[in-house]
Design a protein around this ligand. Structure first.
Ligand code: ACO
Length: 321
């Protein structure tokens, strides 16, 4: 028994913001952003929400798989930026889809969130609890980004992607590794609301993303190749056996650094961050959906998915398409 991805979908906000647009707001340039990150433009919400984007991506994944919302047994939304603490985004998506039989909840592991949610869904299916699961990664990071901070506002974009997975007798997901390092939490953080009640009122701290870019860079190029090797070795595979590496789209230089450390040609590392920026937990499922719809995923191909981000959290999964 295995778990197979049988449908993919994605949704992006309508508004496209170019690097030149950003150069009107903060002191930056298209040249700086492209050279340091590989990003050229990103989609930014003018009203779309994590819930509306995730619901649209889920609808497309169901359509792609030829399934109905009523078939869904488990619905997970990975997000670091939900509009509401309660109810969770997944329950709101469930309501929009009319997926009344599904158990729905959110999961936050930042940019590794989609991968961790996929692993969670696989564990439920392998345990025999559910037969299928709809998993979305959705972010509207533009609401937690400081638009006066040029070191972070140029990096992120909004969007959502989704996959439908199902128990299968065909080979599908072969294995996962996941890691967390809470001791490094300070390198990438975003505070929620401050504690304020009749007994205490803490001083206001910024509710925007704060990042030590160099630390994040060093973490990613060190830990991601190591965890990819770990999952491949556990499945008696080597980096050369992998047809495509679908990585979290944080930064072109990070992806290139990972390719170098794995000694794999860069053309096996598809990228879309030039058009969409860093969409955190939405990055992997959006890229996967684009590859699927472009016909670049052929049955039997070996794929590695890898997510990494705040927490710190990181992991990788190897699968047969
Ligand atoms: N435009 C122009 N100049 C800028 C900009 C900008 N948008 N941002 C920063 N600078 C300036 C800085 O002020 C600094 O100027 P100074 O030398 O006068 O002080 C100079 O550029 C160099 O700044 P650094 O922060 O040292 O630049 P660096 O080469 O490290 O590049 C970057 C910054 C792109 C963020 C890099 O550290 C990086 O790629 N880090 C990875 C972080 C990342 O991808 N985070 C995404 C979220 S986390 C995740 O998804 C895993």
């Amino acid at each position: 028994m295995s778990v197979k991805i049988i449908g993919t979908g994605s949704a992006l906000p309508q508004k496209i913001v170019t690097n030149d647009d950003l150069a009107q707001m903060v002191e930056t340039s298209d040249e700086w952003i492209r050279e340091r990150t590989g990003i050229g433009s990103r989609h930014i919400s003018t009203g779309e929400t994590v819930v509306s984007l995730a619901a649209e991506a889920c609808e497309r994944a169901l359509e792609n798989a030829g399934k109905n919302p009523a078939d869904v047994q488990l619905l997970l939304v990975a997000t670091a930026a939900p509009e509401t603490g309660i109810p969770c985004a997944a329950c709101q998506v469930q309501s929009i889809l009319g997926a009344g039989s599904a158990v729905a909840f959110d999961l936050n592991a930042a940019c590794a969130g989609f991968l961790f949610a996929l692993h969670t869904a696989c564990a439920y299916i392998e345990a025999g609890i559910y037969e299928n699961a709809l998993i979305a990664g959705g972010e509207v990071l533009s609401k937690i980004v400081d638009w006066t901070d040029r070191s972070t506002c140029v990096l992120f974009g909004d969007g959502a992607g989704a996959v439908l997975v199902q128990r299968s007798e065909q080979p599908g997901i072969l294995g996962f590794v996941q890691h967390s390092d809470g001791t490094k939490g300070e390198v990438l953080q975003c505070h929620s609301r401050q504690l304020s009640n009749p007994y205490i009122s803490l001083p206001f701290d910024s509710h925007f993303v704060k990042m030590d870019g160099r630390e994040v860079f060093a973490f990613a190029v060190r830990q991601v190749p190591a965890c990819i090797r770990e999952v491949l070795e556990r499945n008696s595979l080597s980096p050369a056996d992998v047809d495509l590496y679908v990585l979290h789209q944080a930064n072109r230089r990070i992806v290139e650094g990972i390719a170098r450390r794995l000694s794999v040609e860069e053309d096996r590392f598809p990228m879309n961050l030039d058009r969409v920026g860093n969409m955190s937990s939405a990055a992997i499922p959006v890229l996967l959906d684009e590859l699927n719809r472009e016909g670049r995923l052929r049955q039997g191909m070996t794929l590695v998915l890898s997510g990494f981000g705040a927490g710190l959290t990181y992991g990788a999964c190897v699968l047969r398409w």
